[in-house]
Design a protein. Structure first.
Length: 155
């Protein structure tokens, strides 16, 4: 078994995503829509750009997800009369109603995942992961590997 920390985190994430994805699908919601719904439940009426930034995804990804969510009746996109440049995203009543159905599913997955784990250990894990995220966020990006461009190839 590979016990490197990054590997364990990746496998735990995969298992959590798999469990939540199966539950969301029962309500016609894809995992890709989950992040956008969570953000909009907290703050409705964001621009597509703001939503992209908050979700940590590229704008084309947001555009595609919102188009699909609009077809499902979860959101509507509007331009304001005084600002035709920005497109704002609003939850529809069915999109807002999903919160009471979906949040308990995510909480259930978390309960299952942490069953038998002491609360002190969960708190320590949370602190550790938050510290790791902070450390990695403050790390300057690595230089890209040297390219062969401009070098003469030897045959």
């Amino acid at each position: 078994m590979n016990d490197r920390l990054a590997h364990v985190i990746r496998e735990a994430t995969r298992a959590l995503v798999r469990a939540l994805t199966a539950r969301l699908a029962l309500h016609g919601v894809s995992f890709g829509h989950w992040a956008f719904l969570r953000i909009l439940w907290q703050r409705d009426g964001l621009t597509q750009r703001e939503l992209s930034e908050m979700a940590g995804v590229m704008e084309p990804t947001t555009f595609s997800a919102l188009k699909s969510m609009e077809q499902l009746g979860f959101v509507e996109r509007r331009q304001l009369p005084d600002n035709r440049k920005n497109v704002y995203v609003y939850l529809t009543p069915p999109g807002r109603a999903l919160k009471s159905k979906l949040v308990p599913l995510a909480e259930e997955v978390n309960r299952i995942a942490t069953r038998g784990v002491r609360s002190e250990d969960i708190a320590a894990t949370r602190r550790t992961l938050q510290a790791m995220l902070g450390n990695l966020a403050s790390e300057p990006p690595a230089d890209p590997p040297a390219t062969r461009k401009g070098r003469q190839e030897k045959c």
